[in-house]
Design a protein around this ligand. Structure first.
Ligand SMILES: C[S@@+](CC[C@H](N)C(=O)[O-])C[C@H]1O[C@@H](n2cnc3c(N)ncnc32)[C@H](O)[C@@H]1O
Length: 180
């Protein structure tokens, strides 16, 4: 990322096309008034349809320039922008949902945090590397025995590489987690 002192790839910069972002939010079935975390919010591709669905959004973004632009874009909307590392996030103490397209290099750590004991997460719709989604759905991840008692995992929307600009090198899908 020019001027950030960090290579472009290290930021996992693959924003979603707005139509695909809308599809992800529609499929999540977000209802007005729900508290939703958009982790790795970028410039707000998912935040915008979440606001249109009536959600109260916490948009988490580590990149300082993007966090500033999010703040400006959603200044008049029910959006709280938090500049934080997704891997060290303090989760809401109220029930919350997650609808997010995080950078793939933090997705395992983010899931570990979201699924930790005591989390008030009621559901997640996460755009992830398809291979990782399949592993979660098969229960083929460390600690799965514990969280599979609380959450029902499923494969949601499959996203083609062209749903992102620039396109990633791997296929993506939505990991859908609902409280069992
Ligand atoms: C794949 S992009 C997706 C952006 C947006 N959600 C979208 O769909 O257009 C991931 C975003 O996560 C941000 N990011 C990278 N590392 C992060 C971290 N450790 N914590 C929070 N955000 C991070 C990047 O700056 C980037 O904006």
């Amino acid at each position: 990322m020019p001027g950030s002192g960090q290579a472009r790839g290290a930021w996992g910069w693959h924003p979603l096309d707005s139509q695909w972002a809308q599809r992800v939010v529609d499929a999540a079935g977000v209802r007005p008034g729900e508290l939703v975390l958009d982790v790795g919010a970028g410039l707000g591709a998912l935040t915008a349809p979440l606001v249109r669905a009536g959600a109260r959004v916490i948009a988490v973004e580590l990149h300082p320039g993007r966090a500033d632009r999010l703040q400006q874009r959603f200044a008049d909307a029910p959006v709280t922008v938090v500049r934080a590392d997704a891997r060290e996030l303090r989760l809401p103490t109220r029930p919350f949902r997650v609808v997010s397209s995080p950078p793939y290099n933090v997705s395992a750590a983010l899931l570990k945090l979201l699924l930790a004991r005591g989390s008030r997460m009621v559901s997640a719709d996460l755009v992830l590397q398809r291979q990782l989604v399949n592993r979660y759905v098969r229960g083929d991840v460390h600690g799965a025995n514990r969280w599979l008692r609380s959450y029902q995992p499923a494969v949601g929307l499959r996203l083609p590489r062209k749903a992102f600009t620039p396109p990633p090198h791997v296929d993506s899908a939505v990991l859908v987690l609902r409280r069992a």
